[in-house]
Design a protein around this ligand. Sequence first.
Ligand SMILES: Nc1ncnc2c1ncn2[C@@H]1O[C@H](COP(=O)(O)OP(=O)(O)OP(=O)(O)O)[C@@H](O)[C@H]1O
Ligand SMILES: [Mg+2]
Length: 252
Amino acid sequence: MKTVVISNQKGGVGKSTIATHLAMQAHSMNLKVLFVDFDIQGNSSKFLSSRFKGDKTFEQNSTYNLFSEASSDINSDVEFYLASGTSKLANISEENLQTWVNNHNFLSDHFDICIVDTPPTIGLPQIAPMLVCNYVLSPIELSAFSIDGATNMLKTLTNIKKNYNSKIEFLGLLPSRFNKNNNRQKTIYHDLTNKFSSYMYPNDMVVPERQAFADSSYLNLPIWEIKDHVAPKVSTKTRPVFLDIISKIVNK
Ligand SMILES: Nc1ncnc2c1ncn2[C@@H]1O[C@H](COP(=O)(O)OP(=O)(O)OP(=O)(O)O)[C@@H](O)[C@H]1O
Ligand SMILES: [Mg+2]
């Protein structure tokens, strides 16, 4: 199993939207998906449990349980397993970390890909998944503080890589909610590319700001399952970004 953590300490940049779309993309490729939601807001969890309601190939438990009990009794005979973000996550401490690492190891024999959504606050729910992951992907908004945010993100990663998990690979800074008609955003995109060239996703590999994504959060459906006049067009342009990211992860 390959584990990818979706992380950015800034709120509202599209982490959960990207995490759920990556998970639905992987599921559509017949990969066995484990989704771990570390955010007590549980936005991704609500999306996924609603999307899979009544589906017998789907099972759900809470992320907190992965820190508090052995998961060897988990029914891994499902196509999609959701560990959901609940308020109990506030109770995890460093003492529970080894249980989490053991459970992640156990699950890695049973699933193809693990996608982790994280909260926008620094703390154990941000750090714990980084201890076991293979990849980190960082969605960024093109706003005034993006350069500072990206610099902090890279510092945190370097620190974790050096001290705790040398196998981490940074997939990059993925522009999210990008409005290419906005001159300020275009300037910030160029500034970021100049500063973090090797880490920035190219211009044609971004997630644009589109109503279809907001509708997706409301309907609990990935954009390619929304039946209206606009979403299919957005999907044709943007789904290849999710496909490319998943393909790279599983083929690496
Ligand atoms: N590309 C997009 N276009 C339009 N709206 C978007 C896009 N991505 C996300 N949104 C909307 O922006 C809001 C925040 O997105 P999301 O919850 O994915 O961000 P987040 O980074 O996970 O936030 P948090 O830090 O609070 O967890 C949601 O209402 C979502 O529907
Ligand atoms: Mg979120």
